[in-house]
Design a protein around this ligand. Sequence first.
Ligand code: GLY
Length: 357
Amino acid sequence: MKENHKNINTVYCNSNAWESLKTTLNKLNPSKIFILVDENTKEYCLHLFLSRNLYNSEFEILEILSGEINKNIETCLKLCNQLSEQGADRNSLIINLGGGVITDMGGFVASTFKRGISFVNIPTTLLSMVDASVGGKNGVDLGMLKNQIGIIRNPEMVLIDTEFLKTLANNQITSGYSEMLKHGLIHSKKYWNEVKAIDETNTEALEDLLWKSVLIKNEVITEDPFEKGIRKTLNYGHTLGHAIESYFLENTSQKTLLHGEAVAIGMILATYISNKLAYFPKETLNDISFHILKKFQKNTFDDSAINEIINLLKYDKKNDKGKILFVLLEDIGVPKINCEVPNPLILEAFDFYKNYK
Ligand code: GLY
């Protein structure tokens, strides 16, 4: 790490992060500490956490199965039952050790169990480091519809240790990198140029930019914690991205698409639409499509898939009075929220994606 202290509000990265967690635990003095893991973080990340000798009493382990498919209310009920059986009270603490599924769901359980107990997020994937663990969005899917049930409530602390990135497969890194590209698109040409130029699989190259992404996200959510305005810009590429992700979750015969992979497609589509509706420059649309498709393999969508995806847009959380509202860009760093987009233009955007070479 080139820079030593990276912390903002309650988010700590690397050098002083573990010490800060120790201080937080001592201050909270919880009656019991539960660590939520999945089979992957139990095997690859838990030992790093335990080796830090953070607290003078035992940790109880809560384990769930990995994958978006398990991010539902049934898993939450199982977790609440386990907490209850294992004697959790209102002064207990949950430490969420994992990716976005763990932090989203662990935060939701912590926010509702006994009307709310404290929690700490330790994101272990790039996606959860730069996005899911910051900003207090907790929740679960409803069937295949993404994040339909949830609450905005902040953890006591977020600890980012980039050592965890070494436990990830490349496609997991690239999925998180997609959110960093999004930060570039909504924030500034300078950051877009920096992010698009790195090799995301090189942890050293990634570290400083990862922190810049956290700062960008933090700036946005501090200004608008409950997504009344500017926070919507963090959904760039997500309107169609979430619908594409739901479509792939629903159609199990299709390959599995990671969140960032779906958002990458969503960003190309949203940028095409931005060119048509918000004067976004054509040559920049080509630059963005080129850089995204250099990192993310193209997917095929037939007409029935596209129709199903368009149909899923009616569940988007930004919708208002039945209107489907997109975030578009007038230029890189100049987002525009609450834009209505006619369906024929969405079809055109898919054509652009399919034919882009
Ligand atoms: N992932 C978008 C947000 O936190 O608002």
